[in-house]
Design a protein around this ligand. Structure first.
Ligand code: OAD
Length: 255
């Protein structure tokens, strides 16, 4: 069988699984947003962590709480240049997921991305496991600040009170928000189909969340992931290509 045949067959299987499922949850990562122009972290060529040094430090180190406390100026420079891409727009995958939710085919999106693109596409039940760049708070007085204040700042962005404005993203060495984690655990516990896509599934919070899951696991990614051994179905391909083929199939149930 040619690769193309197996791709089509896998898409047919996914279509059937989604239609048969009671609760489907989408668990996404940086690969969902690469087609919107945002870099992922671990892709061999273009991943942010493959830059050996950024501003003299390994990028993983820059995105840690410890580093933020010691060198906030470097962290903000990296953050504004590499992570904060306010011009990015939702892509086909974001819109397909929004449509699936509207049609009752998707219960929730759990995303490791902090880019807010699912919300901008119109999805309603989105759980930001690693925070959101649109929530920015003064570390001293707790005042909320618009994302543009951070995007347009130079050096360390400061509140009127002089405190540092901290983007609401989860850094290494920090635990994700307990309320969000609780909601994610609830969604994973009640779903019978989980689609993990555009994620290497390498960070520990993803592992902890998905390990207890006993339902059907589908992985969509153009590279191997840490949970491939556990998956019921693996679809290799680009997100846009997979979701456009899936959308075409799902839409037929409504004609
Ligand atoms: P990774 O960069 O680890 O994984 C993204 C995966 O998506 C890779 O395996 C790519 O091959 C795949 N990919 C990229 N573009 C794709 C496309 N168009 N179609 C299909 N697959 C594609 O990113 P995450 O798993 O999201 O955390 O990383 C998890 C966390 O690690 C991030 O949220 C971030 C990072 O450290 C924090 O910053 C706290």
């Amino acid at each position: 069988m040619s690769t193309n045949d197996s791709f089509e067959k896998n898409l047919d299987t996914l279509d059937r699984l989604i239609v048969a499922a009671e609760h489907t949850v989408f668990f996404g990562g940086a690969g969902v947003s690469t087609e919107s122009g945002l870099a992922d972290f671990r892709s061999t060529v273009s991943g942010l962590y493959n830059e050996k040094l950024a501003y003299g430090y390994p990028p993983e180190k820059i995105l840690s709480q410890e580093f933020f406390d010691e060198h906030p100026d470097v962290m903000f420079e990296f953050y504004r240049t590499k992570l904060l891409k306010l011009e990015a727009r939702p892509n086909l995958t974001h819109f397909a997921l929004k449509w699936m939710e509207e049609k009752g085919l998707l219960s929730a999106i759990i995303t490791q991305n902090a880019d807010g693109l699912h919300q901008r596409a119109g999805s309603r039940r989105v759980l930001d496991l690693h925070g959101n760049v649109y929530q920015n708070t003064c570390l001293s007085c707790g005042k909320s600040h618009d994302v543009r204040t951070v995007a347009e700042s130079t050096g360390v962005p400061r509140c009127d009170c002089g405190g540092i404005i901290r983007p609401g993203i989860v850094l290494f060495g920090q635990t994700p928000d307990a309320k969000v984690v609780f909601e994610c655990v609830k969604e994973v516990a009640r779903c019978d189909l989980l689609i993990a896509a555009g994620t290497s599934l390498k960070v520990s919070s993803a592992g902890r969340l998905l390990d207890p899951f006993k339902g059907k696991l589908v992985i969509i990614n153009n590279d191997e992931t840490a949970l491939d051994d556990r998956a019921d179905l693996i679809i290799r391909g680009n997100m846009g290509e997979v979701f456009s083929a899936l959308w075409e199939r799902l839409v037929k149930h409504y004609e």
